[in-house]
Write a protein that binds this ligand. Sequence first.
Ligand code: GTP
Ligand code: SPV
Ligand code: MN
Length: 604
Amino acid sequence: MTPGLHPAPTRHAGLVEWVERIAALTRPDRVHWCDGSEAEKQAIIADLVSRGTLRALDPDKRPGSYHAASDPKDVARVESRTFICSRDEIDAGPTNNWADPQEMRGRLEGLFAGCMRGRTMYVVPFCMGPLGSDISALGVEITDSGYVAVSMGVMTRMGAAALEQLGETGTFVPAVHTLGAPLDEGQADVPWPCNDEKWIVHFPETREIWSYGSGYGGNALLGKKCYALRIASVMARDEGWLAEHMLILKLTSPTGAVKYVAAAFPSACGKTNLAMLEPSLEGWKAECVGDDIAWMRIGADGRLYAVNPEAGFFGVAPGTSRNTNRNAVETLSRDVIYTNTALTADGDVWWEGLSKSPPDGLTNWKGQPHDPASGEPAAHPNARFAVAAGQCPAIAPEWEDPKGVPIDAILFGGRRASAVPLVTEAFDWAHGVFMGSTVASEGTAAAENKVGELRRDPFAMLPFCGYNMGDYFAHWLSMAGRTDPAKLPRIFFVNWFRKGADGRFIWPGFGENARVLKWIFERLDDRAAALDTPVGRVPAPGALDVEGLGLSESDLATLLDVDPDVWTEEAAMIPAFYAQFGDRLPGALWDQHAALSARLEDAR
Ligand code: GTP
Ligand code: SPV
Ligand code: MN
């Protein structure tokens, strides 16, 4: 046994053996099994404060809250360093990086040998999804980062309860994380240890995760994108369910009718904002079930039930304000870990958009005095907050219901300055899958790709699908055969980001998105009129409630416009995208493409 290996608080022999094996490989100074208690959280935080990783904010302004500034080279997910190591390359598909699993295991053995020297190895048991739910699943993350251990405590059901759920023989996804920054005897630590070399590796067949060199977000909090999407998507394919990059929203109409909506938008395209929407329309109520990930299974009644596998929000700070997302601002009033925001002179945080102009005396996310004249933002564009979901004033009472919530509508969307209407309804399930498979969006700061460039991001899952996306499309199509198709959610496509000739967003967005949700709600009850276009059904004139918005006739027309010429060009780009999947692309999607082309031909 490694010196200092805490007596394991479990009789799960497989888990204990794995922890001992990883400790023998990585050689930490100490091993700490996390129990998820408040005392433990405070002790780890105190250690992080002493290392300079965390700084306590003024407790009168933000009680229980801390700020971390990352290494400037470790600020977002690293898709180019993310690998799906399936046995056969074809099973990772053309959209994932692949490496031979044997070769990768050899490389990881080398990288992880002694990588935790001088550090504490935290063993972090966690449950994704409500404790006791059939839809939930367990994992254990081993990490040498206290910041990761504490953040996992915010983002998942972490500690003794998860371990208890695991019992002596339960299955769990093993996830090993290291900063890749061992400390020699007497060597002082840096505030944000990490390594220039980064590897985010998934073994889908054995359902394992290995992460090296980064301490940030989805690279390091392995319950999130690595498990709840990449590995879970493989589990979902094998077991007939769906693991999706979707928020879950509860909507209540003025008459008290309730519907649940799940929505997939690419990173930094508005999931958290929609999940916490404050409807601008009198009498409508929106409540949040989840803001990033949904696990969905067909229930005994044939409907699709969703749970939020997470227990917290890891949201984008910039742009969050009382005007755009009051619920988020109120959620953030206490017990928050902020990363890469700016700091105010009086011990609080600030980011672009929080208030009109930056307060005097700001320190930027790099720790330097902020110079507004420099044109550089004070907060990093991917600055994030981690906070418990239960703190959100708009959290739905059923957000932890082990049964999940029955989904009535699924929304896809992205950032599109042109072409794509404000809202379109799919003709049927297969058409909806076609829509999801062709999502394109302009790049954002959430990953390393170029900001503003258009990229295909099918189902908002491009960076998160743990297997061949052609097979993933087939899996989605197959859901129609697993239940009465009439019981499946109806599918819609939304675009809040259409721009006018002058470059401004035409649609006011945020709380006003309730108007689009109202039309969707009424469509589900067959009470709202729609117009068939070649790309789907859009609101008929007068069917979208725009009363009091002050939107000009021409702006409204642009928002709902489907230009057959523009769409013929859009449709013409699809075959090149589809072709990369070869024979893994379901024929039904080629049929959908042919049908779209024919409808466009008719319309021209
Ligand atoms: P991830 O957490 O990275 O997956 O992002 P997300 O999809 O949760 O996006 P989020 O809600 O954090 O929004 C990202 C950015 O989009 C922020 O700058 C928001 O202000 C902006 N945004 C969100 N909703 C709207 C909208 O309806 N209209 C406009 N114009 N901007 C929006
Ligand atoms: C995203 O990029 O989609 C995020 C942040 O939600 S991360 O957890 O880093 O993946
Ligand atoms: Mn988000």
